[in-house]
Design a protein around this ligand. Structure first.
Ligand code: FAD
Length: 299
């Protein structure tokens, strides 16, 4: 039986693995994607991770994975589809059949950005279509961009981008916003923000990069970037019956990674937190591994 099973080889899982290995724990990482390194691989360029400015997200993921591999950490290409409490810890069921037993679990399965599902979105992802204003906003300094969405993330993104960009269109398909009224008020006061409600984006267009969006009402707006902020989907389907989730489906856990389930830790984007970034995922992984080691010492 393993001391710790780590689910996911994104930044959180890989960082947890390095700390667990150095704490002398026996471990394995289960990752459902062949050679996967998580969402970071989808980022064209990561400019906000300390010490590695301007690196492509794909390369960063490779550097992280290579670091873990250099420690001899075993990886298994497998999707975990459920957990069962055992006398000594946890049994994780594999989607392809079989199971893995471990005294503790560090669950670092991340989250996915919801997509708009419009023409051009997939083709232009990373070439003007972004799901993260904090990550990519600086690339659009002095340019015109659109933000799609009506919740707090969309409003915060629009406010953040209005500090950098020449003009920001905030586009929401409904009449009322779900986000904070105070942020909306601030946006209404910004001269470089134009708010379009009951407006649906039908297409994101451009040759090699985004050049415009086409709206269902027939209007075309020239933009250099489109920030899609229509929510995130945490990967928590297979833990919903064993650990407490918040209203948005994230695992309730603080910085220690401890969840409502004994010996079951959460790290990275999958847990309740303010900022979902590589730096916070890496930090979570380290903390969760130390929490697991401490828990194993106690039992
Ligand atoms: C397009 C894009 C650009 C970004 N740009 C930046 C940036 O510039 N700077 C920055 O700091 N952050 C950026 N981020 C955010 C950053 O990538 C995430 O915050 C970070 O990757 C979260 O790490 P994680 O390990 O918690 O989760 P993830 O990276 O989501 O990794 C989770 C891993 O778990 C695996 N997994 C999921 N479910 C299972 C299962 N059931 N069984 C086995 N494996 C499973 C997944 O395949 C995945 O590999 C960006 C994200 C995106 C999508």
């Amino acid at each position: 039986m393993l001391d710790v099973l780590i689910v996911g080889s994104g930044p959180a899982g890989l960082s947890a693995a390095i700390y667990a290995k150095r704490a002398n724990l026996s471990l394995e990482i289960a990752e459902k994607i062949f050679m996967g390194t998580g969402q970071v691989a989808e980022s064209g360029q990561v400019d906000n991770y300390l010490g590695l400015p301007g690196m492509s997200g794909y390369d960063m993921g490779e550097v992280f994975r290579g670091h873990a591999e250099s420690f001899g950490i075993p990886f298994r290409e497998a999707e975990i589809c459920g957990f069962e409490r055992t006398e000594n810890g946890w049994r994780a069921a594999l989607a392809g059949g079989g199971s893995i037993e471990a005294r503790t679990v560090i669950y670092a399965a991340g989250a996915k950005h919801r997509h708009l599902g419009v023409r051009g979105e997939e083709e232009l992802a990373g070439r003007g279509v972004s799901y993260c204003a904090v990550c990519d906003g600086a690339f659009y300094r002095g340019k015109t961009v659109a933000v799609a969405g009506g919740g707090n993330t969309a409003l915060d993104d629009a406010l953040y981008l209005s500090e950098l960009c020449e003009k920001v269109f905030l586009i929401h398909r409904r009449r009322e916003f779900r986000g904070a009224a105070a942020t909306l008020e601030k946006l209404r006061e910004r001269p470089n923000v134009e708010i379009l409600t009951e407006t649906v984006i039908e297409e994101i267009a451009g040759e090699k990069k985004v050049s415009c969006i086409r709206l269902a009402n027939g209007r075309t707006i020239e933009v250099s970037g489109v920030f899609i902020a229509v929510g995130m989907q945490p990967e928590t389907e297979c833990v919903k019956d064993i650990a407490e989730l918040d209203g948005a489906g994230y695992i309730v856990a603080d910085e220690t990674g401890r969840t409502s389930a004994e010996g079951f830790f959460a790290a990275g984007d999958v847990r309740t937190k303010q900022l979902r970034q590589v730096v916070t995922a890496v930090s979570d992984g380290a903390n969760a591994a130390i929490s697991a080691a401490e828990y194993l010492r106690k039992i």
